[in-house]
Design a protein around this ligand. Structure first.
Ligand SMILES: [Zn+2]
Ligand SMILES: [Zn+2]
Length: 725
């Protein structure tokens, strides 16, 4: 049986760890990476050959092995990409089939769609002895003995659709639907090396640019505050590759909103607009990009983390801007860290990768000072210490008006800025108007019916919204607990309330509200950014989305409404993330000629992190964090993983984790904590519990977790997720 056929393993885009065994006819010339349609149960699906076997495994009967059917002709996956898929799956304890799906989902989705076209041909059985008009004869001559599509016929001005249809009615012509190969439309970039207009680099930038490797695997970290000129170094690197005959570049960003200014600058320097990849672009666009990546028609792609899995054929470098950003972390379905996986892909492709940040992740910083990564420091012309004055405002010392959140000093400074025609930015990371809706009679707080968290009132749409599950509701007419009518008070803080307070204090100020509720796409973002740049805005009020990347020359004052907010969440990276967020917001102030000023409101002004913030002493902050992690054996010095289980039944969730604990083998390298509830325990009526597992650096934590979860029988309602940190 084997002689005329090859035995192969085919990985399917389904939640399986390994491929299934099939026969393929030798004359189909199968090789690793080829895509075949195969029968799977009652379905026919596409999968990728990952292995060619020399004999049938002992536990499988030859008669059970089916034949793969047709081979997809237009492309196959590279061996390196297949290795990468298995590596990602193995490291993150995710089914390899689902990682494959990340890579080729667009392709699969559109493959299912068959394209048809209408054709016309001559009816051979028609009695042609009858007289035929001249016009009709012309059409018959045109079609002749082939078949023609409607489009073909339309090209000839003498032929009308109505005549054609009449000929079909008269049985002279036959109209048929025919399945055709879908045409793959590709994108071609308009690259003209001669019209590149790169900015001249400063001496320091040039030094770094000259040292950045162009080949072989090497991680480099470009360390520089925002505005220090990292982007121009990226552009020079991109130009060096585009000037070569071939070679592709992947530029990853945490969020696509950040591309707005980047793309403007890119177009300016290179004369064409780069293609963008993120989850919200339409499927047909995705498909065009997908095939243009394979054909190398696209040489530079800017994208969010999912772009990492695209089948680049000739990748020459990866650039990751804002490498510390949490958005690189994917947490649904398969959890993985986009930055870490990008480093792995670069290693497998044997190409250099460049990380950039002003506030590096602790891992990147540690690897840079230890010499594992190339460390390139961009110093500024002037020191930000002098450029930005940072002050903590002690809210305990000041009695704020009821339901008001802005201290007098901050208000005074905004007033001054308005007079001077400078822009101000107020930052609060809370969407909506009021995050607490409380009954003034009995004190009951309205929670989301599906989640264990209070629901936030949004004034613009006059509704309560749960920020965890999206549940929407009107404010109840009467309190469910005590029955009092119209008893609800909108309490607590929210960004819409800050806007209201500003409007009340400065009725003439022109305000831009930048939140994910207001800014739903890039067009809206672009419009607001234009307004800010054109001096049509005085005060910007925004959530996290405003913290990153923007460059507003006239912005001099930053007010942080709740400087303590980010410290409530108690996790491994709380202070690291808080430091990064605060530093980024501070980085918006005084970026050009104006002196920057930052006022941070806090109920806990003695928090040691503020000392590092005021002095802008990033390295000392990171070093004391590193010392702490080292002491506690936490990443990057030890390993950490979470096993998170959820179920509609709280008891089952806890019980599942207890069973895992029972299975766990004692090992002195391992420490397991839990089961403990997740910070938000109930989301969409499911209860979330976790185990936290710590191990030493050189311990194979993935293997250990695989062992203790392998024979676990999950109830149908139970879901389990493993996060490797
Ligand atoms: Zn009540
Ligand atoms: Zn909810």
């Amino acid at each position: 049986m084997i002689s005329n056929n090859l035995l192969v393993k085919i990985l399917l885009p389904l939640p399986f760890n390994d491929g299934f065994i099939y026969f393929v006819k030798k004359n189909q010339n199968p090789k690793i990476g080829d895509i075949f349609q195969i029968p799977f149960g009652k379905r026919k699906i596409f999968g990728v050959i990952t292995e060619i076997l020399d004999k049938i495994p002992e536990n499988i009967a030859e008669s059970k092995i089916k034949f793969a059917e047709s081979k997809y002709p237009n492309f196959s996956l590279d061996r390196k990409l297949i290795d990468f898929i298995f590596w990602v799956a193995n490291y993150n304890l995710a089914p390899a089939g689902l990682v494959l799906k990340l890579s080729i989902a667009v392709f699969l989705k559109n493959l299912a769609k068959k394209s048809t076209e209408i054709i016309f041909k001559i009816n051979e059985n028609y009695d042609f002895s009858q007289k035929i008009t001249e016009k009709r004869q012309k059409i018959l001559d045109f079609i002749n003995d082939s078949s023609k599509t409607l489009a073909d016929i339309k090209k000839n001005e003498d032929f009308t659709i109505s005549l054609i249809n009449q000929m079909v009615k008269d049985d002279i012509l036959i109209k048929e639907k025919k399945e055709v190969d879908r045409k793959i439309i590709k994108i071609t970039e308009n690259i003209d090396k001669n019209s590149f207009k790169l900015k001249n680099l400063s001496q320091k930038q040039q030094e770094i640019s000259d040292q950045l490797p162009l080949e072989n695997f090497q991680v480099s970290f470009l360390d520089g505050v925002t505005g220090s000129g990292k982007t121009e170094i990226y552009f020079h690197l991109i130009a060096k590759i585009l000037e070569q005959k071939s070679g592709q570049i992947l530029f990853l960003l945490p969020e696509i909103v950040l591309t707005t200014q980047l793309i403007r600058n890119f177009k300016d320097r290179f004369g064409f607009e780069p293609e963008i990849w993120h989850s919200k672009i339409g499927n047909s666009k995705k498909e065009r990009i997908f095939h243009s990546i394979i054909s190398e028609n696209i040489r530079i792609l800017i994208g969010t983390r999912s772009a990492l899995f695209l089948p680049f054929k000739n990748l020459k470098t990866i650039i990751i801007d804002e490498e510390h950003d949490e958005s690189f972390k994917q947490e649904d379905q398969i959890s993985y860290h986009g930055r870490d996986m990008a480093i792995v892909r670069a290693k497998m492709e044997n190409i250099p990768i460049l990380l950039g940040s002003a506030t590096p992740s602790l891992e990147t910083y540690q690897n840079s000072i230890s010499g594992k990564y190339g460390h390139f420091i961009l110093t500024e012309k002037f020191s930000r210490n002098d450029a930005v004055k940072i002050e903590i405002l002690d809210l305990k010392q000041e009695k704020l008006e009821k339901n008001h959140f802005l201290s007098q000093k901050l208000l005074d400074q905004i007033a001054l800025n308005l007079l001077d025609q400078k822009q101000s930015l107020l930052f609060l990371n809370k969407r909506g108007y009021a995050n607490v809706t409380i009954c003034k009679k009995c004190g009951d707080i309205i929670n989301c019916p599906n989640c264990s968290i209070n629901i936030t009132y949004h004034q613009k749409i006059n509704k309560l919204i749960c920020h965890h599950c999206g549940h929407r509701d009107f404010i109840p007419k009467k309190c469910q607990k005590c029955g009092e009518k119209d008893s609800f008070l909108l309490s607590g803080i929210g960004i819409e309330k800050i806007k209201e307070e500003i409007q009340e204090k400065f009725p003439k100020a022109r305000i831009a509200l930048m939140t994910s509720d207001e800014i739903k796409d890039l067009d809206i973002a672009n419009k607001i950014i234009d307004k800010i740049l054109n001096d049509q805005i005085d005060i910007i009020i925004g959530t996290q989305m405003i913290a990153k990347g923007y460059h507003f020359p006239k912005l001099s004052l930053v007010g942080i409404i709740d400087g303590d907010a980010s410290f409530y969440n108690n996790s491994l990276r709380t202070s690291e993330k808080s430091y990064q967020l605060l530093t980024q917001i501070i980085g918006r102030a005084g970026r050009e000629k104006y002196q920057g000023q930052v006022l941070i409101q806090s109920f806990n002004p003695k928090n040691p992190i503020f000392e590092y913030i005021i002095k802008q002493d990033r390295n000392r902050f990171l070093e004391q964090e590193i010392a702490q992690r080292k002491l506690l054996n936490l990443p990057p010095f030890g390993k950490m993983a979470e096993i998170i289980v959820n179920d509609f039944d709280q008891k089952i969730a806890i019980e599942t984790l207890r069973n895992i604990l029972k299975n766990s083998i004692f090992d002195k390298n391992i420490q397991i904590l839990g089961p403990a509830p997740m910070p938000v325990t109930k989301i969409k009526n499911r209860f979330y519990y976790r185990l936290i597992i710590n191990s030493s650096r050189n311990f194979n934590l993935q293997n250990y977790i695989r062992k203790i979860t392998n024979n676990l029988k999950l109830k149908n309602s139970t879901r389990m997720k493993i996060v490797i940190d």
